[in-house]
Ligand binder design. Structure first.
Ligand SMILES: [Zn+2]
Length: 409
């Protein structure tokens, strides 16, 4: 018998299941056309820590398999760029950033955000683990180091003169395998009065809107404000403000500083904590019943696909992203049910989705093949995608989202 897994942050044994999504391939491992050998599959099992309430997936994937062939470029989403631009304007105004400041972004991707900071004349440094992605950022004029971030990297950056007034981590905290080392690195990198902002999909939305497709192997933890406060406190960071923002179906932007820094705690912190308590997130038994809701989503989608097939209507999908892969593989769907998926990212075109082996094509395939239903896999971008693909209406086609329940319009 294998020992029970232990909590990523506090080390307590993990005995409570949130949802078991079965054996799944890595969600970002796109398959070359013509490849027939099956890809490795690993258990995708989300649990809740009874001691500190951190929701997390079992760490079962060898780390060297996780970040290779990283095919994600942030700049392919227009709404994400607008979000980045607005963030930079907010941060410059609120924290008085200027030519003498230092900003560091962790997992800075292709410079999609720091390009606006650089344009405003604020010294900025990106830290990005993927060399090919970092190169794209440098080509845009964003200084970028290729490194994994943690305490060791943070200490080196401080020695090299990059102690920071602002450390930005958007949508990365949930992805780090060692959340304690990462958070200790943030604390080490901050100047005494410096500010850390971190964004992550809010666990409250995952639970309340059955967003189980945001669970995948590379996404180690699923964060509530109350769990983040505990993780941060263990490393000497204090949360002083929080905003609820719409990205990824509902995220939190948390503002933190060193324990003794002079940033006053706002009422927003208690407001969000009250919501979490009202939803039962402050006690282990509050997480019961989620798995049954997930099974109901799968049943609804499979009924829809069966009806479309019976009527001889082609179903396609939009958006070759991690969340779509978790969803399709949990539902056990293949190319006989969803004929193809389109994506604007040329890196993903002419590959097969991991697991489901559904072909990924350029968006032009929609007009060429005129499917009667287009399933929008990144449901959080529904408005943007429906507008881009308005032509689908011209042949009577419809848009479908499956989460939190099947909707056809
Ligand atoms: Zn724990």
């Amino acid at each position: 018998m294998t020992a029970a897994p232990t909590c990523l942050s506090c080390g307590a044994p993990l005995t409570r299941t949130l949802v078991d999504l079965g054996m799944q391939p890595l969600a970002n491992s796109y398959v070359p056309l013509g490849e027939t050998a099956p890809e490795p599959r690993y258990p995708l099992h989300a649990r809740v820590c009874d001691a500190c309430l951190l929701v997390q997936v079992d760490r079962v994937v060898p780390p060297e398999h996780i970040f290779s062939d990283y095919a994600y470029f942030s700049s392919f989403s227009e709404s994400w760029l607008a979000h980045a631009r607005a963030y930079v304007a907010m941060a410059i105004a609120r924290f008085g950033l200027g030519p003498k400041s230092q900003v560091v972004e962790i997992a800075s991707n292709d410079g999609y955000l720091l390009q606006y900071m650089v344009a405003a004349g604020v010294p900025s440094l990106g830290v990005e683990p993927a060399a090919n992605v970092a190169e794209t950022a440098r080509a845009k004029g964003v200084p970028t180091e290729v490194a994994f971030f943690g305490l060791e990297t943070a200490r080196r950056l401080v020695r090299e003169g990059h102690a920071a007034d602002l450390v930005i981590a958007k949508n990365v905290l949930a992805h780090v395998p060692d959340i304690n080392d990462f958070t200790a690195g943030i604390a080490a990198l901050l100047k005494p009065g410096g500010v850390h902002t971190v964004e992550f999909p809010h666990l409250l939305n995952l639970i309340e809107h059955t967003q189980f497709d945001t669970i995948y192997h590379e996404h180690f933890s699923y964060l509530s404000l109350l769990a983040v406060i505990a993780v941060f406190a263990r490393q000497g960071l204090r949360v002083f403000d929080v905003e609820e923002i719409p990205t990824h179906g509902g995220s939190l932007r948390v503002f933190a500083c060193l324990q003794d820094a002079p940033h006053a705690r706002t009422a927003a912190v208690d407001r969000v904590l009250d919501k979490e308590r009202a939803a039962g997130l402050d006690r282990p038994e509050g997480y019961a019943g989620f798995e049954a809701k997930v099974r109901a989503v799968r049943a609804g989608f499979l009924d829809f696909l069966a009806a479309e097939k019976a009527a001889g209507r082609t179903v396609a999908a939009y958006g070759a992203a991690a969340k779509g892969n978790t969803f399709l593989n949990y539902c056990g769907v293949g190319p006989d049910q969803v004929a193809f998926v389109v994506d604007r990212n040329p890196v993903k075109q002419n590959t097969l989705l991991p697991g489901s082996r559904i072909p990924v094509l350029a968006p032009e395939a929609i007009e060429a093949r005129r499917p009667m239903s287009v399933v929008i896999l990144p449901w959080n971008l529904k408005a943007e995608i429906t507008a881009q693909l308005a032509v689908v209406r011209s042949w009577g086609g419809r848009f479908v989202t499956a989460i939190p329940r099947l909707e056809i319009d």
